[in-house]
Design a protein around this ligand. Sequence first.
Ligand SMILES: Cc1cc2nc3c(=O)[nH]c(=O)nc-3n(C[C@H](O)[C@H](O)[C@H](O)COP(=O)(O)O)c2cc1C
Length: 412
Amino acid sequence: MRIVLGVGGGIAAYKVASLLRLFTEAGHDVTVIPTEASTRFIGTATWEALSGNPVSNSVFDDVHLVNHVRLGHEADLVVVAPATADLLAKAATGQAGDLLTNTLLMAHGPVLFAPAMHTEMWQHAATRANVETLRSRGAAVLEPASGRLTGADSGPGRLPEPQVIFEAAMALVQGQSDYQLPLAGRIVTISAGGTREPLDPVRFLGNRSSGKQGVALAVAARNAGATVRLLAAHMDVPPPAGVEVVRVETALQLRAAALDAAARSDVVIMSAAVADFRPAEVSDTKIKKRDDTADPVISLVRNPDILQELVEQRNSGPAGSGQLIVGFAAETGDSQGDVLAYAEAKLRRKGCDLLVVNHVGTDKVFGQDSNSVVILSRSGSEPQEASGTKTEVSEAIIGRISFELNHVSPRA
Ligand SMILES: Cc1cc2nc3c(=O)[nH]c(=O)nc-3n(C[C@H](O)[C@H](O)[C@H](O)COP(=O)(O)O)c2cc1C
């Protein structure tokens, strides 16, 4: 496929190098057209080297090739990223002062804008009107992500992640003209990894959670267009790019972080392995091994039930019934009942909207790259099975969450 990749003059231009890579690695022939302003952020040498094609932003280069007409005409897809406020205005008013704007006027195939700018610029009536105009003419304009902007401030206006733009572009080419990613504009909080409950400064009670499933969920939610906040307890894997990370150690720290983040979230996914109990007393100094004392006994106290508190906070707060809460149950069956029976009882008891049930044993789930789950829903729909790599399972879970958010509402 022939793709024209227009690059606007914003800080986020650097992220577009990764987008270009995604296109070329998928086998597409990409011509990059950086605007004059964008070359103050990323030079043309980067685009030439990564695309393997000549790069210009002038209608007066290689005039014999009539690039100002040809490029738009021949392109199967035009993507503009970052689409600055200025570029959106130029495109909406049909200006043709450089090679990119000429190409946009000549485009025969689908056109996708991925905006990035400060929140005030994005929310300004002029930009809103320009976006509406472009959409009414059939262009796809992605919603920007929320999060940290150029300075210390944050809000909607971040360039969506390269994978998100890539997926939207491919969907657009497949004819989904009004395509928006299923979690576009949504804020998703995900807890991952295992908590550690200190006994003394060097010892703790922990668990076998690697964080792989939580990280895969964060990637899937990010790729579905969400702004993701990852509450990372102890993990064996690094957190992914493009998500905000809050580090926690103990169940109590995770509780505080989760209740705080949930107040600003559309979806909360509690996939961390949280200790049910913690040592009643934590020694300030290392507990010594001495031959003349009795064997030590560790007394445990119950940790708070974070999932239940999240449901209570949701039901009593302004987020009301709009928020979707997803629990994870790592169950083993026993003589009293099977895994699903325990999980269904847990779903009813906790009042969360979805419960993802793992069947665990020492060789199952923890630290592995694959998983097999059943997703139970409070809305009464059939349990859904998902198995495969943790990435595939995460995509199924995020798909189910998107479906519940966009098609099943409201939640009581
Ligand atoms: C450091 C810096 C960062 C900028 N970031 C953005 C941005 O993210 N979005 C935007 O719309 N404009 C941004 N601007 C302003 C644009 O560069 C300016 O409007 C320019 O004319 C846009 O050119 P273009 O139409 O080639 O994109 C930024 C300017 C500077 C100096």
